[in-house]
Design a protein around this ligand. Structure first.
Ligand SMILES: NC(=O)c1ccc[n+]([C@@H]2O[C@H](COP(=O)([O-])OP(=O)(O)OC[C@H]3O[C@@H](n4cnc5c(N)ncnc54)[C@H](OP(=O)(O)O)[C@@H]3O)[C@@H](O)[C@H]2O)c1
Length: 349
């Protein structure tokens, strides 16, 4: 499987490492040999080698020079840009791990659709294009006979879309409520333990759980984006602009409320709720006091969890600590394996 990888940041790098590490398993269990034929960044150059890039040597080069290769050309042909690589290279799988900007998801969407248009299978960890319009990309993939998978885009490595696709198949998902923002959840737990909001945020930053600008997470927008994607993928809802979603984050939360919830045996959590109703799908994101019987009340620290309500199975709860680049890269690996199995007519899956 010839892989073209766009984005060599935290996730892209971890994906290369995990594909190398799992090479024996990929070969022996699934009959796949993953070979990186192209890797692109925005500002640190692009590399390609039809015979397969030596990832170890590339990592060494990157750590000594800060670059992967020559800068993308401006009109010249010395080094291809990511767009040119998508359009012109020979590859089997396009992996899009570029930065997410919800305000401008058009660029990653154009990468994804550029690959799909050529009939290439595409997997991504990028939420932006899914939020912008999942169904359009899904239909475009189908029309071009290609697969489009995105397990890594929501909840890192915790099985979510693949779980719904494989384990809930035949069931209707009526609602889905989840603790989906690990930054917020980590901070809430520290506040229950006695930390102030500012100290908890500082700690989350130190441990790498909070971005340099955590506003998107703490004001609930990240949870809203995920909820909107879930509504589109699992319930067929149309995309909605962020301003049309009822969103409240944890940035105004009072310690008193957290302690009251804890004393009653439950917990206050930032809950994303997606519910099917007669008039369509309703999405809310807000801090909620959950009773002890709700499994989401036991989702602690930098972990996430989702409670599905289905027509046939009732409630199903999935939780995990699958956050961070390595776990996210594992979700990409899971998608890679699914693509490989699908191309072989299901053998090995
Ligand atoms: N980090 C996580 O744990 C995690 C979890 C779930 C989902 N995700 C999602 O996964 C994606 C990657 O995350 P990350 O943490 O790896 O981000 P990152 O460290 O910022 O890396 C992003 C990479 O994308 C490259 N890039 C951006 N625009 C590009 C373009 N137009 N053409 C080619 N390359 C481009 C960047 O190039 P430069 O190196 O030149 O800047 C960089 O290499 C994001 O969409 C993120 O939301 C991340």
């Amino acid at each position: 499987m010839r892989i073209l990888l766009l984005g060599f940041g935290n996730v892209g790098r971890a994906f290369c490492e995990i594909v190398e590490e799992k090479a024996p398993l990929l070969r022996d269990l699934f009959g796949v040999e993953g070979r990186f034929v192209g890797i692109a960044t925005r500002s640190r150059g692009c590399v390609s080698d039809p015979g397969g890039i030596d990832i170890g040597a590339l990592l060494k080069k990157e750590s000594s020079t800060g670059r992967l290769g020559p800068a993308p050309s401006r009109g010249g042909r010395d080094a291809p840009s990511a767009v040119e690589m998508v359009q012109e290279m020979d590859y089997d799988l396009l992996v899009v791990c570029t930065s997410t900007t919800i305000q401008s998801p058009e660029e990653p969407k154009s990468f994804i659709c550029g690959g799909l248009q050529r009939g290439k299978d595409v997997i991504t960890s990028n939420k932006g294009p899914l939020f912008l319009g999942y169904r359009e990309i899904r239909d475009f993939a189908a029309a071009n006979g290609a697969l489009f998978l995105f397990e890594a885009a929501v909840m890192g490595g915790t099985p979510f879309f693949s779980f719904a696709r494989h384990c809930l198949t035949g069931s209707e998902v009526l609602s889905c409520e989840g603790v989906m923002n690990t930054t917020s959840n980590y901070i809430l737990d520290l506040m229950i333990a006695g930390a102030s909001f500012d100290d908890a945020l500082l700690d989350a930053r130190r441990k790498g759980y909070a971005e340099a600008d955590p506003t998107f997470d703490l004001e609930g927008w990240d949870s809203a984006v995920k909820a909107s994607i879930i509504a589109q993928v699992l319930m067929g809802a149309p995309p909605v602009p962020l301003e049309d979603i009822e969103v409240q984050g944890i940035n105004q939360i009072k310690t008193r409320l957290l302690l009251e919830a804890a004393h009653s045996g439950g917990a206050l959590r930032l809950v994303s709720r997606v519910e099917k109703g007669k008039d369509g799908v309703a999405i809310t994101v807000r801090p909620e006091v959950l009773s002890p019987s709700n499994p989401l009340s036991r989702v602690h620290g930098a972990t996430n969890g989702v409670l599905f309500l289905t027509d046939t199975l009732g409630e199903i709860f999935v939780a995990g600590g699958g956050i961070g680049p390595r776990h996210t890269a594992f979700s990409l690996l899971r998608d890679l394996i699914e693509v490989a199995c699908s191309r072989k007519g299901g053998r090995g899956c």
